[in-house]
Design a binder for this molecule. Structure first.
Ligand code: NZQ
Ligand code: ZN
Length: 380
């Protein structure tokens, strides 16, 4: 393993009823004004909004609402939130939702503290923010694991870039699996696949057993939910796997890849597609290209994650069987397998997507722009 320093400052409150039990006393540590940030309104239909507002009122907090954070949050939305936070002297941002709300709020928290444009500061001057409005997260859909890291994925619409920005790391995160019961099944599966993707993107940098355990758990629990959608055990294991895959622990001591994510993010910049569903289309196609550069890693994946019997198979055949097992699983769980199924318009400029994608080299080999375009075309 490479040398490492590890710290994760987010305090996690996991399980049923956690918000009711702990949020009130937690709020005592912060000032009077709380920004309540959320998405398109799901929390108003499932009772989560009423529960949180009740707790905030009971604690005598002044609530500043920041609603309407869209999936694949935009940089314009970040600026709207930062202005609102600054004008209202917000003491705590409470992000209630999925990765989109959490990501947007991480950057709002940082942008509200500096006059300079954060995108320029981070991408041109290569400086990371150091001052933040405190942030707390209440997770309502699992998958991204955004709640335990300080990375955000933000779409800059004018620049046509969906890229990473560094923002606040939450002081605390509530993970109540029962909050996810109202999430449409399509999004539940998409989120869980995102978790599997995070584990794979980390694994192919350097395979290890912690990663394999998370992957097997995600695969098994997706299958459980497809036959028993309210199963609490499966939902709680997926909720925790989601945090585990992106809280830094699986990445310890290794180089990671995230090439599939880089491609999907740029596809998202051009099409606003669903994150997990975009990954599902790209993964098998990408891996068919990467596999020849390191068959041993893919052969291990086939055996230890998909349980494929190596008997009578060459390393190459075993590796290929692993990637095809992944492709078959994607089909089995009803995720899209082509851009057409994903709803990507046929006239999408895939060359522009390829040309603007960040190329990584953490997996088996670094792709060329030409091969990247081939991959995108094969996804059609
Ligand atoms: O907006 P509302 O009405 O709340 O509806 C949301 C949204 O439409 C709905 N939803 C959430 N909780 C619900 C619910 N519907 C019913 N009941 C509930 N309890 O779910 C939809 C999707 O929400 P979103 O937050 O967009 O999903 P997700 O958590 O998958 O986040 C996706 C974003 O996170 C980024 C992605 O790129 C994408 O922009 N990522 C962030 C990462 C990070 N910071 O670590 C890592 C990931 O790789 C990813 O890139
Ligand atoms: Zn992801």
């Amino acid at each position: 393993m490479n040398n490492f320093l590890f710290e994760n400052k987010t305090k996690v409150y996991f399980g049923k009823g956690g918000v009711k039990e702990y949020l009130g006393c937690l709020l005592e540590h912060y000032g009077d004004t709380v920004m309540l940030a959320y998405g398109g309104g799901s929390i108003k239909h499932n009772g989560v909004y009423d529960e949180i507002v009740g707790i905030l009122n009971a604690e005598g907090k002044r609530i500043v609402e920041f609603p309407g954070i869209m999936p694949n949050p935009t940089y314009a939305k970040v600026q709207e939130g930062a202005k609102l936070a600054r004008e209202n002297h917000v003491d705590l941002i409470l992000a209630v939702g999925g990765g989109s709300v959490s990501d947007c709020c991480k950057v709002v928290s940082a942008q509200a503290k500096v006059d300079e444009d954060l995108w320029e500061l981070e991408n041109t001057k290569r400086t990371r923010p150091t001052a933040f409005i405190p942030l707390g997260t209440i997770v309502t859909v699992f998958g991204t694991g955004s709640e335990m890291n300080n990375g955000a994925v933000i779409t800059h619409e004018e620049k046509k870039i969906k890229g990473a920005l560094w923002g606040a790391q939450a002081d605390f995160a509530f993970l109540d699996p029962t909050y996810t019961l109202s999430v449409p099944m399509k999004q539940v599966i998409s989120g869980a696949f995102d978790t599997l993707s995070h584990a794979m993107e980390t694994y192919f940098g350097k395979p290890d057993e912690n990663n394999e355990a998370v992957m097997r758990s995600v695969i098994r629990n997706i299958r459980v939910l497809l036959t028993d959608k309210d199963n609490y055990e499966a939902r709680s294991e997926l909720t925790w796997a989601s945090a585990m895959a992106e809280n830094g622990i699986l990445k310890i001591g290794k180089v990671t890849d995230f090439q599939c994510h880089m491609i999907e993010h740029q596809l998202g910049a051009y099409t606003n597609c669903n994150h997990g569903a975009g990954l599902a289309v790209i993964h098998p196609v990408l891996y068919r290209h990467l596999l020849p550069a390191n068959t041993a890693r893919f052969a291990r994946f086939a055996q230890n994650v998909w349980g494929i019997d190596p008997a009578g198979k060459s390393e190459l055949k075993l590796a290929q069987a692993g990637v095809e097992a992944l492709a078959a699983f994607i089909k089995e769980i009803g995720m899209p397998t082509t851009f057409a199924e994903l709803g990507v318009p046929a006239d999408t400029d895939l060359k522009a997507v390829a040309d603007s994608t960040v190329l990584t080299g953490g997996c088996c080999k670094k792709l060329s722009r030409e091969e990247l375009l081939d991959i995108l075309n094969e996804c059609k």
